[in-house]
Design a protein around this ligand. Structure first.
Ligand SMILES: [Zn+2]
Length: 235
């Protein structure tokens, strides 16, 4: 069920019958020199497209939240950073709106690590209000599985770049990009620290990314996400 193209008559028909909404949460930010700035929106959108085939009749697929919070990549060109306070308040209000429209189960499909702590704040407040939520942080939740296909994942790393290539081979390139380690513990914080953590705006071995790995990752992860959603519905 695609909310973006649905009319009010059809929306009213599903209210009370469908109690789950999936809201993709993204970010527009630097993804190395090689990956689309909208990577964190494109990947959740692609997951929605693939999930729709299995659970499209049970879940309202909502339009995505395009901009998010990125302390780490804020100093880079191409990053449009929303403060964590504004972002949390905005996402909370969106979710509250869905709850008031009868959606008790809310899935936040998050494409961007910098959003995580804000989404924790949001979902705790929602839970206190009576909402059941599942936040899918695909790059964290299934990291060990991901490494079996893309051994050197990261921000615009082998996994993300592969997933973008599988959407469209023109949205990323790999030749000459290389590999970058994060040189400091991420828990160190200092002004413009992201530039020290991500000297080239990415981490992991992007050079090894391929669209075939991207396809394998989608196949694997869609199955994992579906299992998590089934468990979520047993709450
Ligand atoms: Zn990303």
């Amino acid at each position: 069920m695609d909310m973006m193209t649905m009319n009010l008559t059809d929306f009213k028909k599903i209210q009370g019958k469908i109690n789950t909404v999936l809201v993709p949460i993204g970010m527009i930010e630097a993804h190395g020199p090689h990956c689309a700035l909208g990577t964190d929106v494109l990947i959740p959108r692609e997951f929605v497209r693939r999930l729709e085939e299995s659970i499209g009749d049970k879940v309202l697929m909502a339009p995505e939240v395009t901009y998010g919070h990125s302390w780490g990549l804020a100093p880079f060109a191409g990053t449009i950073d929303i403060s964590s306070e504004a972002f949390s308040a905005y996402v909370y209000d969106i979710c509250k709106g869905f709850y008031h429209n009868g959606f008790e189960y809310i899935i936040l499909f998050n494409g961007h690590g910098g959003n995580n702590s804000s989404l924790d704040i949001v979902t705790e407040k929602l839970a206190d209000m009576g909402v059941k939520s599942l936040t899918v942080n695909w790059f964290i939740d299934y990291r060990e599985d991901i490494k079996r296909i893309a051994p050197d994942p990261g921000h615009a790393g082998e996994d993300e770049t592969s997933l973008v290539l599988a959407i469209n081979e023109n949205y990323a390139y790999t030749k000459g990009v290389g590999s970058h380690e994060i040189p400091l513990p991420k828990r160190f914080r200092f002004k413009d620290g992201g530039k020290a953590l991500y000297p080239e705006g990415f981490s992991g071995n992007a050079e090894e990314a391929t669209w075939e790995k991207g396809e394998q990752l989608y196949d694997l992860l869609v199955g994992k996400v579906l299992k998590d959603i089934e468990r979520f519905w047993s709450l």
